[in-house]
Design a protein around this ligand. Sequence first.
Ligand SMILES: Cc1cc2nc3c(=O)[nH]c(=O)nc-3n(C[C@H](O)[C@H](O)[C@H](O)COP(=O)(O)O)c2cc1C
Length: 361
Amino acid sequence: MVFDFIDGGADDERTLRENEAALARLTFAPRAMTNVREVSTGLELFGVPLSMPLLLSPTGLPGLAHPKAELAAARAAREAGILFTASTVSSYSLQEIASTVAGPHWFQLYAWNDKALTGKLVDKAREAGYRMILLTIDTPVVGNRERDLRNGMVLPPRVTFANATDMLRRWSWIWGQIRGPGVKIPNIADLETQVHKGGTGPAGYLKGLFNPEQSWDYIGWIKERFGGPVGVKGIITAADARRARDAGADTIVVSNHGGRQLDGAPATIAVLPEIVEALRGSGMPILIDSGIRRGSDIVRALALGATACMIGRPWLWGLAAGGTDGVRRVIEILRAELERTMALVGATNLRELSPEVIRQP
Ligand SMILES: Cc1cc2nc3c(=O)[nH]c(=O)nc-3n(C[C@H](O)[C@H](O)[C@H](O)COP(=O)(O)O)c2cc1C
């Protein structure tokens, strides 16, 4: 059930598959006989030096994968010199993550249909020292994840014969769930009691929270209240990239939510070039996620104009397999692959990754 919650996508999972397939279709045009003894993967993003162009994407309820959840992932990211993004529906609260692992961290915001609640989340992020808010815009309603429906992985969770026997066979997981945060959503739970005294429980409440009436004015409102940079996550068209820029966004994440929302959305790598073109001259860093699985995928995305990549499922797999060590290992593997691929295509630093390293058929 938990594996499918992480691994799965919406409807027929066509976008989910296409994310990786479109990356796989891009082959390289290496430049041989260049001196690649020293390969540097460092960059600066919003004044923060990063050891490599990688960030951890926000994912909800990582406590289902491992009791240390964000605490483990944020620690592995900090040690590796990359950035962690906490989800609105994180398993540990924003304050707890920031006080356990010193930042800088980023925060992903869902603009709930309750503006007062959304504003309080923005205040919490500011007070806890988060450096960036990424507003996710591809979730006006929740995608149709049929694996979750089949498994009873819905809010509130449904106990079925299949998921009960599945869970009972996994004692170490159950033990982790007893010790860890479980399916709690602390960022909303504490606010809910303040904002909606006597309302329904967090799980049922969450479902009605997604905002089917989002608009671009939200960006300016959030920026003013936060007092720091605000990015938009979930851009897959050049037109929306321009709208985000015009609304004052400081960065965008080209993302289809890892194929979990609109099935039939294009692979992010396929739309990256037109989005880069639309934002040319704006100086906005362009991030991308959805399907990044290897260091060579990071090279593909940077060659086509991305500033950095983000990963969702890969860090969750590492977390589930080995907590902090597991996430650390995922980052190390990606770093080694990135350095090796850069050397193999003949690039010594990130600026040398241009469309020329991608073969044009
Ligand atoms: C289990 C899971 C939970 C997620 N929860 C959130 C979330 O709370 N907020 C959000 O903006 N994106 C969420 N995402 C999407 C990720 O931020 C990211 O866009 C996606 O995972 C990238 O694709 P990848 O998994 O192929 O790397 C989630 C993804 C997964 C797999």
